[in-house]
Design a protein around this ligand. Structure first.
Ligand SMILES: [Fe+2]
Ligand SMILES: [Fe+2]
Length: 291
C-alpha cells in the first residue's frame, strides 16, 4: 500500500492539540507586561536565529551523502544518493531561500529573516523607550538551542537513517512553527494593538516593516513544510520500491525526528511560562532535554 507521509505525521488530532496548547501558552505569555513581551521576543528570536544555518547544513548532507558514510555497493542507500539525493537536498534548501532573501526583497536587495527579526526587536525596545542593551537571554536557551542543533544533525552521525531522522525534525520545525507564528501574530494584534500598529508603520525597506517578521512566517513556514514533506515522500517512494521493511524504518525515523521537535517546542513554551511565572529553574521536560 502507498504510504503518505503527510497523513502519517500531520494527523488532525495533532493539529488540533498543538493549536490548542499553543493558543493557551502564547496567550499566557503575551498577556504579560512590557517586560515579559520584550523578554519573550528576545529569547524567541535567539532560538529562531539558528534555523537557516541548520537547514542549509542538512540540505548539504543529503547532497553529499556518499561523503559521510561508506555504503555497500548496490545498496539502497548508495542508489538513493546517486539518483535522488540532490533532489531531496533541493527540497530542504527551499526553506533556506526565503531565510536568506525574503520574498518581498529578492528583486533588488536581499533581506535575511534574521535581519528582519533584529529590526523587529530594536523597534520593540524603541516603542517602550527602552534600550536594547538591556536584552537578556535566559539560561534555558542553551538547552533549547543545543537540542535544536542535535535535532538537525549538526556534528552528529550522518548515515542515511540518521539524515532521515533529521529531515523528520525539519518537517516538525516548519510545520508546527507555522501554527506558532500565526497564533503569535493574532495574539499580538489582540493583546498589544498599539504596539502592533506602530510596528507596522516602521519600515525597513520595500514595504518590509517591524511586524513583517512575525507576519510572514505563518504562510512561509507552511510552504517550507510542504517542500520538506515532498522530500520525505520522495525518500519513502524510492526506498519502498526496493524494500518495504526498510521503508518502515524510514517512516519510523521520520516520526522520531518529528516528535523530537514537537517535544522541544512544548519545552520552550511550557518552560518559558514556568520559568517566568512559577518556579525559576524548573525544567518542564528535563529528561528529554538532557537525553
Ligand atoms: Fe524565517
Ligand atoms: Fe521555515
Amino acid at each position: 500500500m502507498e504510504k503518505n507521509i503527510k497523513n502519517i505525521l500531520i494527523t488532525d488530532e495533532l493539529v488540533k492539540n498543538k493549536r490548542k496548547e499553543l493558543e493557551i501558552d502564547i496567550s499566557k505569555i503575551l498577556s504579560g507586561d512590557e517586560n515579559q513581551v520584550l523578554d519573550f521576543f528576545s529569547n524567541y528570536i535567539y532560538w529562531n536565529g539558528i534555523f537557516a544555518g541548520l537547514v542549509t547544513n542538512l540540505s548539504s548532507k543529503f547532497h553529499l551523502g556518499l561523503d559521510f558514510f561508506d555504503y555497500e555497493k548496490n545498496s539502497i542507500e548508495r542508489g538513493f544518493f546517486q539518483s535522488v539525493g540532490h533532489k531531496v537536498a533541493g527540497l530542504i534548501f527551499a526553506a533556506a531561500e526565503d531565510e536568506y532573501a525574503d520574498e518581498s526583497s529578492k528583486e533588488d536587495i536581499r533581506i535575511e529573516h534574521k535581519t528582519m527579526a533584529w529590526f523587529m526587536m530594536n523597534k520593540m525596545y524603541q516603542f517602550y523607550g527602552r534600550d536594547i542593551s538591556e536584552r537578556t537571554i535566559d539560561d534555558l536557551m542553551s538547552s533549547i538551542t543545543s537540542v535544536t542543533k542535535r535535532g538537525y544533525g549538526l556534528n552528529q552521525d550522518s548515515d542515511f537513517l540518521s539524515l532521515v531522522r533529521y529531515l523528520g525534525f525539519h518537517i516538525g520545525s516548519e510545520k508546527i512553527a507555522s501554527y506558532e507564528f500565526g497564533i503569535i501574530a493574532s495574539k499580538m494584534k489582540e493583546l498589544h494593538p498599539d504596539l502592533t500598529n506602530w510596528m507596522k508603520n516602521q519600515e525597513l525597506i520595500n514595504g518590509i516593516n517591524a511586524f513583517s517578521w512575525i507576519e510572514v512566517h505563518g504562510p512561509v513556514e507552511d510552504a517550507h513544510a510542504n517542500y520538506a514533506l515532498d522530500a520525505a515522500q520522495m525518500i519513502i517512494d524510492h526506498v519502498g520500491n526496493k524494500n518495504l521493511e526498510f521503508q518502515q524504518k524510514v517512516i519510523d525515523e521520520l516520526e522520531n525526528g518529528f516528535n523530537l521537535f514537537s517535544n522541544l517546542q512544548d519545552s520552550f513554551f511550557k518552560e518559558y511560562i514556568f520559568l517566568k511565572n512559577y518556579k525559576k529553574g524548573f525544567l518542564y521536560n528535563e529528561k528529554f532535554l538532557n537525553k
